[in-house]
Unconditional design. Structure first.
Length: 279
């Protein structure tokens, strides 16, 4: 997982350590083949399943693929990663079939990307997408997401828009990103990064409407920073009354941690089904 960052590290050492910890494409040399698999698998799923494509906002990217499991089925909304500056909904249709096997409808929304829009704007678009699903079904959906998608899933739960959230390799504290090359597109400063970090947002503890369950799953081969983010998020919200859980996916890196979503019998998919159907 890498060496832990010392509190005595200099600013340059800290920036270098954060770059190594958060730049997952540099950290996982085999990522192009994984991304290629995601894209090809998604094209096959779209061709076979023919989801409904729905516009939920005015921009070209504000569309969602709705994979319907039938009338009255629970709904799970998947929020993709890419550090708010890469990928789109078309890369992630492959997450739908395993959940559909369990009778769970799956929605995969897209969103605009930085630097054309701010991180705050993108979070706002995911609010719109989540509320669209809620209005269409009459129920709060389960939300789950990868990397910054996990960040946004947690945010939707904090705001009472979701019944539960499962974050996979989530980034809940954005302040470390300020010191990395990833911030060239994001243009975050420290105050804004802190304000947009769900670890500092209200914990969903039942005092307001919406669910209280947040699962934080993370790969065992990810950087110490990603493991820290999941553990500290669960501890912070759990200490304020939320129902939190951390799960380490042994042997998984930041990309292969998603592999269980393709297996209807995996622990990850079974947990999503549990969260989507719990009374």
């Amino acid at each position: 997982m890498g060496k832990a960052l010392s509190p005595e590290a200099t600013q340059m050492e800290r920036a270098a350590a954060y770059e190594a910890a958060y730049n997952n494409r540099a950290r996982v040399p085999g990522h192009p083949a994984i991304l290629d698999r995601w894209r090809k698998d998604s094209l096959r799923v779209i061709d076979a399943r023919r989801p409904e494509t729905i516009e939920y906002g005015p921009s070209e990217r504000q569309k969602m693929e709705w994979f319907d499991a039938g009338a009255g089925a629970p709904v799970a909304v998947f929020m993709h990663g890419g550090y708010w500056q890469a990928l789109d909904r078309g890369w992630f249709a492959w997450v739908a079939p395993a959940l559909l096997e369990h009778g769970i409808s799956v929605v995969v929304p897209g969103y605009d990307l930085a630097p054309a829009v701010t991180v705050g704007k993108i979070i706002g678009q995911m609010r719109e997408a989540t509320e669209f699903v809620r209005a269409r079904t009459g129920k709060r959906p389960l939300v789950f997401g990868h990397s910054v998608g996990g960040h946004m899933a947690a945010g939707m739960l904090s705001e009472g828009r979701a019944r539960a959230a499962l974050a996979i390799s989530g980034v809940f504290d954005l302040e470390p990103l300020v010191h990395t090359s990833l911030n060239e597109a994001l243009k975050l400063d420290t105050p804004v990064a802190r304000a947009l970090s769900p670890i500092h947002w209200p914990a969903p503890n039942g005092a307001t409407p919406g669910g209280t369950a947040l699962d934080c799953w993370v790969g065992g081969n990810e950087s110490n920073e990603f493991v820290r983010q999941s553990r500290e998020m669960a501890a912070a919200w759990g200490g304020k009354g939320a129902d939190t859980h951390v799960e380490i996916v042994e042997g998984a890196d930041h990309f292969t941690v998603l592999d269980p979503l393709a297996d209807a019998d995996s622990a990850m998919v079974k947990r999503l089904v549990e969260l989507a159907t719990a009374e």
